[in-house]
Design a protein around this ligand. Sequence first.
Ligand code: 0WE
Length: 255
Amino acid sequence: MLLQGKKALIFGIANEKSIAWAIAKAFHEQGAELAVTYAGESLEKRVRPLAESVNAAAILPCNVTSDNEITSVFTELAKVWDGIDIIIHSVAFANRDELKGTIVGTTREGFATAMDVSVYSFLGIMKEALPMMRGRNAAALTLSYYGAVKVFPNYNVMGVAKAALEASVRYLADAVGVDGIRVNGISAGPIKTLAASGVNGFSQILHCVEERAPLRRTITQEDVARSAVYLCSGLASGVTGEIHYVDGGFNITGL
Ligand code: 0WE
């Protein structure tokens, strides 16, 4: 098993379709011990049964826009774990109105929300996690999208946020490499999760990928999870600061 005895803290499970949930299951299969957070009371009833089914050592509330809630996660976790080997950050949010029209319609508040939830949260989590991650060859992983690099209709401020998130991966990797911690991102192809629900034209995006991606199919949560196992395991011991595409090859295509 690739993650035997490793302690993994996972942010971003909303329901059984979440990429973070596929990662939790794959990590559990590989022998990892898990702790998970949920983003608010309304999600607890969905997340708790999932977390219990993989024997999670802790199920903690964490609204990532609150410094206090981020801090609490680690003070609570320190009561049951002596350290953390893996952090998964699979969290993003923009107000629905920001994901229609063009970037020209972005509001100051909508920009701040998207950047706070989708970018700062990774920095804030890593800052608090650091004392428990040092000196154990730990790894952190976040989730991105090709909209960070190329323009996709309606993705708008999320594209700007993902670009900042990918830069944050590089700056974090440089900052914590001295502590033996690796930081990477997976840029996942489009998947129908809660975060994609109600996105205008999402089916067309999926069809486009099926036609044009080298693998001629969309990717699954399990495709992402298997790559996450690799990146967070000793198999990737020399890999940090990378954005690894799990998109069926879509990003290499031209016309
Ligand atoms: O990063 C994402 C999801 C981002 C997202 C989606 C929503 C929809 C519901 C962030 N916040 C919200 N807020 C909501 O209220 N993806 C890669 C999936 C996604 O989202 C899109 C996409 C794709 C692909 C939005 C517009 C265009 C394409």
